[in-house]
Design a protein around this ligand. Sequence first.
Ligand SMILES: NC(=O)c1ccc[n+]([C@@H]2O[C@H](COP(=O)([O-])OP(=O)(O)OC[C@H]3O[C@@H](n4cnc5c(N)ncnc54)[C@H](O)[C@@H]3O)[C@@H](O)[C@H]2O)c1
Length: 286
Amino acid sequence: MKSLANKVVALTGAASGIGRALALQLADRGCHLALADVDAKGLQDTQAMLPKTVNVTTHSVDVSNKDQVYQWAEDVAKAHGGVDIVINNAGVASHCAIEDINYDDFNWVFDIVFYGVLYGTKAFMPYLRQRPEGHIVNISSVNGFFPFPGNGPYNCAKHAVKALNQTLIQELRGSNIHITSVHPGGIKTNIARNSRFIKSMDPNMNREKAAALFDKIASTSADKAATIIINGILHDKQRLLVGTDAHILDILTRLFPQGFSNLVGRVMLRGAKPATGKLNTRAGEV
Ligand SMILES: NC(=O)c1ccc[n+]([C@@H]2O[C@H](COP(=O)([O-])OP(=O)(O)OC[C@H]3O[C@@H](n4cnc5c(N)ncnc54)[C@H](O)[C@@H]3O)[C@@H](O)[C@H]2O)c1
């Protein structure tokens, strides 16, 4: 896509982090915005930061709810007269070993991170087809090609997002719709604080320590990530790595596919106990 001026962008997860930074920068580029999130207050705060000249709509949408996403797509097309770009960005994570996590918690992540992206893609495709040029940006992660222990549902869902993106690239070749598969490394946002801290394999880890550790490790700002993603759209990039750590992980994964994974597992689980095999139960759950 050569220019973003006057393009209508539908963006999920716009109340925080990368989504908010994208909203602010896309507004600067002259886009009109349809912003969605489950966090209505955060969405209002994002809207208040935007210049008054931008045509903005905000929508309370749970991306894991298919009906809500399809209704949102219809509302956006009506309110803005069409849609040029959809950015499926909303996401969540959890802390728990696969052996210990219950299915509700697993599905909470998978439904938002994978199905949210699938619904957002399919619901908007008919509208993108009507434009001279359309673009779908689906946010995966480095965890879409390299897993971290204790993050199983997210690893699985982000791998599935990558597979979805690659399939779409194959199927839409030569059409008016471009796909960008985005794989950020650590980005300084609220993702760790917003995650479900269920049970760490490390007995010394708790929610606060995990969030503080993430803040220390995440090396790229949300602003920088948004700039890289927007440049990716402007250059019709099919695969986009965000951050130096993402580039390093990409190289090491190619060179030592299993050996590097084993090493990271060993280092990250130093001091951790093996999974207990007792299915985690939340309050009130049996
Ligand atoms: N922060 C990182 O290090 C990192 C790395 C790789 C990929 N990502 C991905 O980037 C994307 C943005 O995450 P972020 O880092 O800005 O996190 P964030 O927590 O700051 O923002 C995520 C946003 O998604 C929204 N959201 C959560 N569940 C939702 C739902 N069901 N429906 C609608 N909105 C929902 C949240 O309210 C929040 O506003 C996510 O897909 C995340 O997985 C982040």
